[in-house]
Design a protein around this ligand. Sequence first.
Ligand code: NG1
Length: 408
Amino acid sequence: MFDRTMLIERFEDMYAAPPTHVIRVPGRVNLIGEHIDYCGLSVLPMAIDRAVWLALRPNHLEKIRIATTVAGFTSAEFSTLTPIVTGQPGDWVNYVRAAAETLLTGNFSVRRTSPPGFDAIVDADLPLAMGLSSSSALVVATALALVVTAGRDDLERICENNPSFRLELADKLARGERYVGTAGGGMDQAACLMGCSECAIRVDFDPLAVTPIPVPPDWSFIVAHSGDKAEKSGAAQQVYNQRTEEARRAAQKAWSIFGEPNRFQTAGDQGLRSYKGLLGYNDILEKSKKFLDSTSYRRFRHILTEAHRVSRAEEAMRAGKLAQFGKLLTASHRSLRDDYEVSTHQLDTMVETALDSGASGARLTGAGLGGSIVAICPANNIENVLAGLSDETPFIVRPSEGATVSLL
Ligand code: NG1
C-alpha cells in the first residue's frame, strides 16, 4: 500500500526541505485492443487504482535529481540542457530522461518561467514491468513535474483537468517515450492522463481522442502477474519492435492488393497508421490470405480481428453484457497467443486457470512476453477466481481517474 507520509519524510531526509507537490499517475490495465494502438486502431484500457507517485520540489538548478524508494533502483542526477543523453539500456532513469527531452525540446506549449529542474523521489504501488504501464506512468509523472516547475499557468491547466492540454501532452509523450527505443503506440500515456473513475476509456488515434465508457458496477477485474518481467529494454523490446515492423509490412502489402498503395504511403508513422482504412474492406482477410505469407497473414488477422473485438466489447460493456464481454477477452488472448505470438506458457496457463475458476473471460494484458493477465468476473465469483490464481498474487483493480497534482 502506498504511504504518502513516508514518501514525504523520505523526501525531507534526502533533500533537507519538504516537497512542494505530490503527483499521482495511475497505471492502466488494457481490457481489449492489444498491439493495435501503433496501427492507429482504437483500444479499450482502464486507468487503475495503483499508481506511480512522485514528490518534488523545484530546484532552479537546471538539473533533475531523482531517487526512488523501489529497491534495486539507484538515484540519478542529470542536466536539463538538451539534448539529454540516454543512459545504459534498461536504466529506469531513461523514462525520466525521455519526458525531459520531450518537454524541453521542440515547440510544446509548456512555458518556461524559470530554469527547469527539480528534486524528486518516486514510489509506486503498481507492479513494475508487468504490462500495467508503469513506464508510461513514470514518463507522465516526470512531464507533470516539469510542468509544475515551469510555472503557474500550465499547472492550473493540469489541475483544472483541462482535456485538450492533457490530450496534447499524451500525444507528445507517446512519441517522446520512443526515446527509450520501443516503437510504442499511444494508449498508455492517454490512459494515465485521461483515465476516468467508474469508467474504462476508448482511445482513438489520429487524432487522439478519449471517450469514457461506464463500467457496470457489478463487473470486477482481477489482475495477476506471471512473475516474468516484460521489460522493454531487452528481448521484449526486440520482439515488440519486430511486431510493429511486421504490421507495417502487412499493411503495405494489403494496400497494394487493393490497388491503393498511396493510402499506405500517405498514412502516419510511415504507413503503419493506415489500418483504419483497411477496416472498410469486408473481404480483406480472405483476399489477403493468397498474397501474404503465413506469418504475415496471422499478424494481419490478429490486428483486424482485434479491432472488431474492441468495438464489440465496447457495445457489450455499454449494454452490461458481461458474458459477451468475457468471451471477447478470451478470444483476444487466443489471437495474441496463436496469431501474434506474444504470450508465454505461464500466461496461457494463468488464463486457463482464471477461466476454470469461474472468470467470464481472461487474457494477457499489455505487450505480453511476460507481464500480467486480466480476468473479468461477476462480483459473486471474485473469491473463486482470486483463490484459483493465488500463486500469482492476484489483486482486484478498479477504474481510476487520470493523473493528479497536489500542492502541499
Ligand atoms: P506495455 O504493456 O505497457 O509495455 C505496450 C505499449 C502500448 C501498446 C501495448 C500493446 C509502450 C509505452 N506501450 O504497453 O503502446 O502497444 O504494449 O498493446 O510502448
